[in-house]
Every structure is written in structure tokens, then in C-alpha cells.
Design a protein around this ligand. Structure first.
Ligand SMILES: Nc1nc2c(ncn2[C@@H]2O[C@H](COP(=O)(O)OP(=O)(O)OP(=O)(O)O)[C@@H](O)[C@H]2O)c(=O)[nH]1
Ligand SMILES: [Mg+2]
Length: 190
């Protein structure tokens, strides 16, 4: 587990040692911790619901960056904003095998970028958004087109977005997705 006090300070042209950071979030059970461990360790590890945040430094396509996996349970979700303050990119994970929760996933994603009535969004707009339509191995998982449509991605204030079908348990498309994120970060001067 990472420290709750860690903050990501990576900025283009920042101090030596500053790394870009990517926020890895989704509703509870969507697979963010499975993704974090799969990318870091190359295998599926057992997970329990994340009640805070897990952080790992990962290397993709020659670039080191910090991946912040923040728990998705409702009581933990307020932390998304805390860690989104300095995010240089967002990877948003959706459970494609549970289409009934797509409206809620859409609502939380919008809150992240627009804030809600009570709190203004703290996320920096105009950053890349990678959407991982996870659990594609499950029969009847919805397609990436359905996920993109239901999340109303075209309306978000992001610089660029991409949706990929993933299977976190075997690693399918995870590195490909993060490679896209790294390409985006490089475009911004990292
Ligand atoms: N079939 C299948 N199961 C998956 C996949 N990804 C994750 N899971 C399973 O989904 C369950 C929840 O995964 P987690 O990674 O703990 O989910 P999480 O998003 O971290 O959940 P919170 O910590 O509550 O936010 C676990 O049993 C995983 O093994 C996938 O691609 N396919
Ligand atoms: Mg988790």
C-alpha cells in the first residue's frame, strides 16, 4: 500500500526524479487493482477491496511513471479527487460484464472531470483519458462501442481518449493501453 500522503508531482520540465502520474480508477470490482498488479508483476494476484490507494512505479515503452490505483467503493471514491489533483492522465476501468452499472460508471467519470454540485472538480482538464472496457472474457460482455457511448466520452473535457477491450486477469491489452498513454504523455513533453 502506498502512503496516503504521497502526492504526484510529475510535470513536464519538473524537478529531476519527478515522474508523471496516471490515476487508475473505476467503480468497485471493475479490476483496477488486478490491472495494477498485472502490469507491475506480469501475473494475476489475489485482491481484496481497496480501502485507500495502491501506488506502483511502472515502466512502459521506456518511460517510468506512477500508477495510482484508488479504491472504487463508494466510501473511498472521495479520494479520487485527492489523487486526481496532479494527474497527468486517467485510466478509467469499466466492468463490461455488468452493463447495469454503466450509468453509475458514467456519472462518476463525469464527476471526476466536471465536479458535482457540492464540490468543484480538481482534476486538470485537457489530459488524456484511457478507458479500459475490462472483463471481456466474460460471456455477454458489452463492446467497447457500447462503453464509449454510455460513458458519453465525446462530451468530456479531455485532450484525447481511447477505449480498449481488456482482460485484466490474463493481461490482454493492458500494456497496449498504457503504451497509448505513454505516447500521449510524450506528446505533452515528458
Ligand atoms: N473474469 C474477469 N475477472 C476479473 C477481471 N479483472 C478483474 N477481475 C476480478 O474482479 C474482481 C475484482 O477485481 P479488483 O481488481 O479487486 O477490483 P477493484 O477495481 O480493485 O475493486 P476495488 O478495490 O473495490 O475498487 C476480482 O475477483 C478479480 O479477479 C477480468 O478481466 N475478467
Ligand atoms: Mg482495488
Amino acid at each position: 500500500m502506498g502512503s496516503a500522503l504521497s502526492a504526484c508531482t510529475g510535470r513536464p520540465g519538473g524537478k529531476d526524479g519527478d515522474l508523471p502520474c496516471v490515476l487508475l480508477v473505476g467503480l468497485d470490482g471493475s479490476g483496477t487493482t488486478t490491472i495494477l498488479y498485472q502490469v507491475k508483476h506480469g501475473k494475476k494476484l489475489e485482491t481484496i477491496p481497496t480501502l485507500g490507494m495502491n501506488k506502483e512505479i511502472v515502466k512502459v515503452d521506456g518511460m517510468d511513471f506512477e500508477l495510482y490505483d484508488v479504491g472504487g467503493l463508494e466510501k473511498v471514491r472521495a479520494l479520487w479527487r485527492t489523487y486526481s489533483k496532479e494527474a497527468n492522465g486517467v485510466a478509467y476501468v469499466v466492468d463490461s460484464s455488468d452493463p447495469n452499472r454503466l450509468p453509475q460508471a458514467a456519472e462518476e467519470l463525469k464527476k471526476l472531470f466536471f465536479g458535482d454540485k457540492k464540490k468543484k472538480s480538481l482534476i486538470v482538464p485537457d489530459i488524456p483519458l484511457l478507458v479500459l472496457a475490462n472483463k471481456q472474457d466474460v460471456a455477454d460482455a458489452v463492446s467497447i462501442d457500447t462503453v464509449a457511448k454510455d460513458l458519453e466520452l465525446h462530451d468530456l473535457p479531455v485532450r484525447n481518449y481511447k477505449v480498449l477491450p481488456t482482460v485484466a486477469t490474463d493481461g490482454t491489452n493492458l500494456r497496449e493501453g498504457l503504451k497509448w498513454m505513454v505516447d500521449q504523455l510524450k506528446l505533452y513533453g515528458y
